[in-house]
Design a protein around this ligand. Structure first.
Ligand SMILES: [Zn+2]
Length: 365
């Protein structure tokens, strides 16, 4: 079954379902994205340590990456990216890009001066300069970046914030979503709404009803895995994910471990992003089919086997654990490149294997 999304040129094709899990294809003007999909995070217009060619090459074959509104707005700034003709040209990436709205970074990185119903005034984490983000400003930045999928500007309160704080943030996020929808977008730019509500399932459902009424191209669950207990994350996922509209892509923001991805897919999620594979790679943690490898450990000093014998990435086909450990200990920059390529390939193959299972064992949609 193929569903046209509100933005022309976008459609979501549902191929098979297995319980709540779904396998499909998100069709975009810049190419098809088989789902479920893991999206590598390219915060500053670069998936750290990787070239665009490396991201595109098999077996990684990344179909979509993330860019970050807050970071790119502060550095290099809209003037430079505008002159380049948008983020795709600037970063030499011709496949789809999803940009977040900057909301999460403003609330987690910047020094907040003021939050009101219109927007947020904050000081940059880089130089302390003062800026203001509103729904309209966020959409204008994302329009200039020219991403294929823009996210609504939302307020994500801490998971343990009291009920009245949560309620104010929810009402604001709904009002801001309507303003994001009404704002001007880049040609061929889809917009996703974000459902907040913390770990309270009823609050989540209430907010989901408000946001889905606005008819976005896709829907995200925000504000999960932000410090709450993992069983609370899973409870909300299990209760809420499959209640999001079936004919639109569903995106779980900023989550998580390979197990989290499997739980999310089982609950009915189609899209994921997380800094975990890239950040952990640089910190010495490698994901493998045999569990995590903490490469600095002394046991790998003389281990001449591959990082993961089951992995077809060029790091695993070419180099040994002992060599990677040596590069890590010696702080050689090649380490970050080899480790990142491996972890991203592991995540891509993990999600692809789950997709294949849904296609093989599920019901044709
Ligand atoms: Zn590998």
């Amino acid at each position: 079954m193929r569903f046209d999304l509100p933005t022309p040129g976008f459609s979501f094709e549902l191929l098979a379902t297995l319980g709540h899990a779904r396998a499909g294809i998100l069709h975009t003007p810049r190419g098809d994205i088989p789902t479920p999909v893991f999206m590598p995070v390219g915060t500053l217009g670069t998936v750290k340590a990787m070239t665009a060619d490396e991201l595109r090459a098999e077996p990684l074959d990344a179909r979509i990456i993330l860019g970050n509104t807050y970071h790119l707005y502060l550095r290099p700034g809209l003037e430079v990216i505008g002159l380049a003709g948008g983020l795709h040209k600037f970063a030499a990436w011709d496949r789809p890009i999803l940009t977040d709205s900057g909301g999460f970074q403003v609330f987690s990185l910047a020094a907040i001066n003021q939050i009101d119903d219109d927007g947020v005034t904050f000081r940059s984490h880089i130089d302390g300069s003062k800026h203001r983000l509103t729904p309209e400003v966020s959409m204008h930045i994302q329009k200039t970046l020219g991403s294929d999928i823009a996210m609504c500007f939302d307020q994500c309160p801490p998971g343990d914030a009291p009920a009245d704080v949560q309620e104010v943030a929810l009402a604001r996020t709904t009002a801001w979503a309507a303003r994001c929808k009404a704002a001007e977008h880049a040609p061929g730019q889809a917009v996703f709404g974000i459902v907040q509500g913390g770990i309270d399932v009823e609050r989540r459902r209430r907010h989901m009803a408000e946001i889905t009424k606005l008819d976005f191209d896709g829907y995200a669950l925000g504000g999960l895995a932000v410090g709450e207990k993992v069983e609370d994350t899973y409870r909300v996922l299990d209760e809420v994910a499959h209640e999001l509209p079936a004919e639109r892509p569903r995106y779980l923001m900023g989550v998580g471990t390979p197990q989290d991805l499997e739980r999310g897919i089982t609950a009915g999620i189609d899209m994921f992003d997380c800094v975990m594979p890239t950040r952990n790679a640089r910190n010495g943690y490698l994901f493998t089919s045999q569990g995590r490898v903490n490469i600095p450990n002394a046991q790998y000093r003389t281990d001449l086997g591959p990082v993961d014998p089951a992995c077809p990435c060029s790091t695993c086909r070419t180099y040994s654990r002992a060599y990677l450990r040596h590069l890590y200990v010696a702080k050689e920059i090649l380490y970050a490149r080899l480790a990142t390529l491996h972890n991203l390939t592991f995540y891509a193959r993990h999600v692809r294997a789950l997709r294949e299972r849904i296609l093989a064992e599920g019901r044709r949609a």
